[in-house]
Design a protein around this ligand. Sequence first.
Ligand code: KE4
Length: 424
Amino acid sequence: MRTRSHAIMERARALFPGGVSSPVRAFRGVGGEPFVVERGLGSRIWDVDGGEYIDYVLSWGPLVLGHAEPSVIAALDDVMRRGTSFGIPTELEVELAERVRERMPHVEMLRFVSSGTEATMSAVRVARAVTGRDVILKFDGCYHGHADSFLVRAGSGVATLGLPNSPGVPEALASLTVVAPFNDLDATEALLARHAVAAIIVEPVVGNSGFIPPDPGFHIRLRSLADTYGALLVFDEVMTGFRIAYRGAVERFGVTPDLTTLGKVIGGGVPVAAYGGKRELMEQVAPSGTVYQAGTLSGNPLAMAAGIATLDGLTQPAHDTIAARTARLVQGLREIAARRGIPFTADCAGSMWGFFFRAEPVRSFTDAKTSDVERFKRFFHAALERGVYLAPSAFEAAFMSSAHSEAEIDATLDRLDDAMRVVG
Ligand code: KE4
């Protein structure tokens, strides 16, 4: 029985919509009440009532080195004693940006912002400015943050709450967003032929409808279609960046977008995101260009320091180790479900993974919605009771960190085997 959690959530519900600072945290996708976290260390988190969990949400992706990673904490401790914010250029911004560009050379120039939403809305603004077009094309179930133009058949919390779109988004604006099923190139081309599209924005691997990988060659065709129809290609790597491959989607799929958005991992758990890409595009952004975008805390020293420490800790060997452990966990879950005769599909890309209670592979959000969400809910709670914290929604991805040891993968498989027993 969670007593302190319950008391705190009672206060929170009087203060915040749904008692939370972001909708998906409210457990509406799985039922019950969220626990209140007290602390995290490495792969684990503890709630205020002493409950301990192996954490596979990792703050929805940022913590690729785990909670309170010593080098990240040391970097923050060092930087914050010299001031937490200036609104004046610092070398830290340059240091982090150089690290991003070293691994993603197609991000020739970038701008730091404070959330993934800011990054994607700014990238789309650049695309609309340079193409002189208004329409954007997104994919059903993909989530690119909560800017008005993206809240059209979006994934993540929008999907979790079953919101078709969102009230408050003017129809005049929503109508400028056209939507194709993920992995459906014919539907995509039909939309491109009918609308003057400024940008195609896509999660290179979808993490906001649950985990959905692209079909082989999907991004190669998407690049070709964008070029044929004069649209920019935007890879929204807020979630996939530095997770699906050491150098991101370009390394994994061999396709170079015009613009890329990043977030989560590049801040190591402190608010930062970025948008960037071809120099001639980014030079259109104020003050070098006339596309306006600004931010009080953009390039914040704490966020830069945490991001630098995180990328420095995420070496190629470290990434490869995390990816191998992710693959072992996914394969282990497949074997458990098969042994127990439970319809189940799971997949991973680098340090990002996910699963559905459905026999056939999931290629689109429509497929994802046919999975057994009620069984997912029961499995989520059975896992939580056994000390494994998964995303509280069937339409989210899961993650892995360098702090998740082989022994913890074994422990996770044992615990989830028993969780599958009770939901089988
Ligand atoms: P933020 O504005 O939440 O920092 O980033 C928006 C965003 C943009 N693009 C992608 C691919 C994303 O996954 C996100 C945010 N991801 C969700 C989790 N699926 C954040 C968690 C939440 O909404 O509380």
